[in-house]
Every structure is written in structure tokens, then in C-alpha cells.
Design a protein around this ligand. Structure first.
Ligand code: AMP
Length: 115
């Protein structure tokens, strides 16, 4: 039997997560190791490895993911101060989970971006 990735398991409701926003295409939940007062992980329900592997045909799904960010951020308590969006893609970015995702970080001034 194929091993399911942890984010696929969350999307399928087979693994627990603190979900703050979901629709038929995407899901946003709180990161288990938050790096900011509010730290969400946003994923497409359909498995894709990372932004490094997407193609033009994935544009609607990526659009759905990005378009849901403001609603997810609001529901998680991020206010008009805004947020930072990051997507790690591949080994050099330190990607740990091989299911395309964005990090939504906010809840306080985050300072300059550091690598
Ligand atoms: P990345 O390094 O971009 O692959 O980040 C993966 C993120 O997923 C990390 O910040 C982890 O803390 C987070 N993470 C891994 N497993 C879970 C989980 N079961 N629930 C919530 N967040 C998770």
C-alpha cells in the first residue's frame, strides 16, 4: 500500500490538525511548530510536491490556494498589520514535507526577512 504523506492525511481527515479554513480545493491549519504568534500552513487538497514541480495546468489550483490566504489569515486572527507568505521548495529551502504548501506568518511585526 502506498504511504500517504502527512498533509494528504490531514486533507483526508485521517490525521488531526487545527484547521482554520477549508474549501473543496484547499485547507489551512496551524503549524505544530509555530515560528510566529500566528503560523498557518496552507495546502492544496490534491497532492503536488512543491512549487518547483508545478506546471501551467496547476494555475487554477495555485490561484485557489493564494486566493484563500486572506480569509484564512483573518480567521486565524491576523489583522490589518498583514502577514508574510513563504513556500519552501526543495532541499536548499529546507522543505521538510513533500506536499506543496505555503506558510502564512503574522500576529506581530516580523522584521526583515532572513534566510
Ligand atoms: P517545510 O519546511 O516548508 O516543509 O515546512 C513544513 C511545516 O509543516 C513545518 O513548519 C512543520 O512544523 C509543519 N508540520 C509538519 N507536520 C505537521 C502537522 N501534522 N500539523 C501541522 N503542521 C505540521
Amino acid at each position: 500500500m502506498a504511504v500517504k504523506c502527512v498533509f494528504c492525511a490531514i486533507a483526508a481527515g485521517e490525521a488531526a490538525a487545527a484547521v482554520v479554513y477549508e474549501d473543496d480545493q484547499v485547507l489551512f491549519f496551524r503549524d505544530i511548530r509555530p515560528k510566529a504568534p500566528v503560523h498557518l500552513v496552507g495546502i492544496p487538497r490534491r497532492h503536488a510536491v512543491s512549487l518547483a514541480s508545478v506546471q501551467a495546468a496547476d494555475a487554477p489550483l495555485l490561484g485557489a490556494l493564494l486566493a484563500a490566504v486572506p480569509a484564512a489569515a483573518r480567521r486565524a486572527g491576523i489583522g490589518p498589520g498583514g502577514f508574510r507568505l513563504i513556500s519552501n521548495a526543495g532541499r536548499h529551502a529546507g522543505q521538510e514535507v513533500g506536499h506543496l504548501h505555503v506558510h502564512v506568518l503574522g500576529g506581530e511585526p516580523l522584521g526583515p526577512m532572513r534566510c
